[in-house]
Design a protein around this ligand. Sequence first.
Ligand SMILES: Cc1ncc(COP(=O)(O)O)c(C=O)c1O
Length: 394
Amino acid sequence: MFENLQPAPADKIIALIGLYRADPRPDKVDLGVGVYKDRDGKTPVMRAVREAEKRLLQSQDTKTYLGLAGDTGFNAAMAWLTFGQAADMTRIRAAQAPGGSGALRLVAELLKRTRSDATIWLSDPTWPNHMPVMRGAGLQIREYPYFDAASGTVRFADMLAALSAAKSGDVVLLHGCCHNPTGANLDTAQWAEITDLVVERGLLPFVDIAYQGFGEGLDADAAGLRIMAAKVPEMVVASSCSKNFAVYRDRVGAAMILAKDGAQADVAMGQMLSAARAMYSMPPDHGAAAVRIVLEDAALRADWEAELEEMRLRMLRLRVQFAEALRRQSNSDRFDFVASHRGMFSRLGLSEAQVERLRAEHGVYMVGDSRINVAGLPEDGMEALAKAIVSVLD
Ligand SMILES: Cc1ncc(COP(=O)(O)O)c(C=O)c1O
């Protein structure tokens, strides 16, 4: 049976982790893997999550099935966290999913059920997993231009022009905040313009929000999504708690639907849960239960928000320090965009050959497209890192 198989292509980030681990240089720098890291390079369990897990352990007296939508308290809390206090909850439904990736797939399955020839527009570039997840659900894919590597900014006019050619019923996938891999984001005026365009052309917005709280703050990071939700008749959302609750391996996410009215929301939710049944039946409970406990308890929630804010501010500080070091070392403003980008990533605009030289000659590891994880920047080695980067520029 398996003799017909060819080896699957190696995952570039996993290969990079292997090379980094095997590198004996003591001053090596890991800017590759997409997880938040503290000053010591650790990805700790957040205080409020640890406390919630303790409470869960003490209070949980059964592990019987919860149902296809998972933890309903978690779902309600996630809908509020994402759509905000002003949202019309009568039109919104949420289902717990296995991580943000599971939520993306679940929504994609719903789209396939509602429109079998659906085309989804992805940003160019986008998170590399978007394409296989959407293709896996059977959706057609098209891309809209998004990033200008030379200036590190969004190609907004080109993006609008491309989406103006989309057909009514096409789906547009947007990063809610903290665009991965570029770090360049839409401002609220641009969100409003895209909102007008999707309404005018009858497009369905699909917002992937995986870094809420990592950019400008918990509410500010959802501002674009909320501008849209206030105006569009329908919308779908995939959210992830992997980063902002640091529960990566527990697989916590939510798939959400905003429908024209409550009755349509119920039908869409029913179809989405039936798709879940056909894939994995029910999502894992533990992480979502811990997140629910945090979000429902005022003190735990305040502590979570405070720790998340510390993480966000650390990344902002690192951005500014890195941009300043690059300015000094390069004697130019070429990399100033790093300070205005938001989220965990920035794409530096280096060639694959320059990225490879950084790894081989300086022990600096980043993804081939020159995406860096800002949380991995070395607070005490910023000048040396900037010097290494400038040394590979021709
Ligand atoms: C843009 C984007 N969407 C979704 C996800 C989903 O993450 P997870 O499935 O780990 O929750 C990620 C994770 O890296 C991401 O970067």
